[in-house]
Design a protein around this ligand. Structure first.
Ligand SMILES: C=C1C[C@]23C[C@@]1(O)CC[C@H]2[C@@]12CCC[C@@](C)(C(=O)O1)[C@H]2[C@@H]3C(=O)O
Ligand SMILES: O=C(O)CCC(=O)C(=O)O
Ligand SMILES: [Fe+2]
Length: 369
């Protein structure tokens, strides 16, 4: 089993037999990029009758508002988060500079099939028959190794922004952990791996820069297909072009409109497990736009290497069994790389009542066929 997230994909490399596109040359959507409703799951039109909560962190009831949003939506937007607007502008600028480089230059920093960092297709691409109308760049730790290849002369001004952004996001993500867990009645003593000061100092984050070029036929293209994040939580900055949609049970796809200076926070699969299923990890996707390109930056936040995530005892009733077995972040990423949207089922303690179960999958993991 992988011991760090850098090793998570060794057993499941992405091997896509597609060339990277220069989107600026495309006047129409090629067949390999044309999605029909059956290519995406679950399909459906978007609705505007409900909206994702926007929470002011300075509100006296911020804790309760966050708890309610996590339970009912698995996502919320925050304002007054203390991240300087200038830093958000800078990370958007770095992303724009990176994606506007010529394709040959970007490919010098290509992600290897079994690696995490670098330029390339979204990791989930291998689970779909159609390609996504987007480009991505993942940073795990320092971006220097890849940035030297992209900008041999002035890589440091770009990597400084990334490092500042990672530093700020790590602190903010630690605060969100306490707010999201605090709203479930969890305190610092309940989470041993939060460290002696309860500041989650050892925790890890990866940064995902996403670019969605303008698209000549947006109804038939998909920016980033529906997925949940394999994280504890994700903090997303989106620029002023809308595109992010979340699936709300019984409602449908709801657009998360860009709010100037706000950040989107969503529950990931690991927090769903930790909360014993109380907080749903929200299914989300990114749509594309005919006239405007779009940039988003996701900070994907998870526990330190080796820490096993399982439902918190306080959240499991006296007559209940925990819904999930313990799993490290890298084990879960590896399970997700193999089973994608079924990954949570594979870490469930009880198999679905009407599912066929085969316990012969590696290391007695439950297999649903
Ligand atoms: C830590 C990670 C989560 C992620 C896979 C990764 O190793 C780094 C990229 C992340 C990302 C960002 C875009 C959507 C996503 C599903 C993908 O393909 O790559 C997520 C992965 C995830 O949350 O599972
Ligand atoms: O671009 C977006 O709005 C969504 C990005 C996303 O879901 C991700 O990077 O995990
Ligand atoms: Fe995501």
């Amino acid at each position: 089993m992988p011991s760090s997230i850098g090793d998570a994909f060794i057993a499941h490399p992405i091997n896509l037999h597609h060339k990277h596109q220069d989107f600026t040359l495309l006047q129409e959507v090629p067949d390999s990029y044309t999605w029909t409703q059956s290519d995406d799951y679950p399909s459906g039109d978007s609705v505007i009758s409900e909206s994702v909560p926007v929470i002011d962190l300075n509100h006296p009831n911020a804790l309760q508002l966050i708890g309610h949003a996590c339970k009912t939506w698995g996502v919320f937007q925050v304002i007054n988060h203390n991240i300087p607007i200038k830093l958000l502008d800078n990370i958007e600028c770095v992303s724009r500079s990176l994606f506007s480089l010529p394709i040959q230059q970007k490919l010098k920093a290509a992600r290897s099939p079994h690696g995490v960092s670098g330029y390339g297709f979204a990791r989930i691409s291998s689970h779909f028959s159609k390609l996504m109308w987007s480009e991505g760049f993942t940073v795990l730790g320092s971006p220097l190794e890849h940035f030297c290849k992209l900008w041999p002369q002035d890589y440091s001004k770009y990597s400084n922004v990334i490092e500042d952004y990672e530093k700020e996001m790590k602190i903010l993500a630690g605060s969100f952990m306490w707010l999201m867990l605090g709203s479930l009645g969890i305190s610092k003593e309940d989470i041993k791996w939060a460290g002696p000061k309860g500041d989650f100092k050892e925790d890890r984050g990866a940064l995902q820069l996403n670019y969605y070029p303008a698209c000549p036929d947006p109804e038939r293209a998909m920016g980033l297909a529906a997925h949940t994040d394999s994280t504890l939580l994700t903090i997303l900055y989106q620029n002023c072009t809308s595109g992010l949609q979340v699936l709300k049970d019984g409602v449908g796809w709801v657009t998360v409109p860009p709010v100037h200076g706000a950040l989107v926070v969503n529950v990931g699969d690991l927090l769903h497990m930790l909360s014993n299923g109380s907080y749903p990890s929200v299914l989300h996707r990114a749509m594309v736009n005919r006239t405007q390109d779009r940039i988003s930056v996701a900070y994907l936040y998870g526990p330190p290497n080796g820490v096993q995530i399982s439902p918190l005892p306080k959240l499991v009733g006296p007559c209940q069994t925990p819904l999930y077995r313990p799993v490290t972040w890298s084990e879960y990423l590896s399970t997700k790389a193999k089973h994608f949207d079924k990954a949570l089922l594979y870490v469930k303690t009880c198999a679905p009542v009407n599912g066929v179960v085969d316990v012969s999958d590696h290391d007695n993991r439950v297999k649903v066929v």
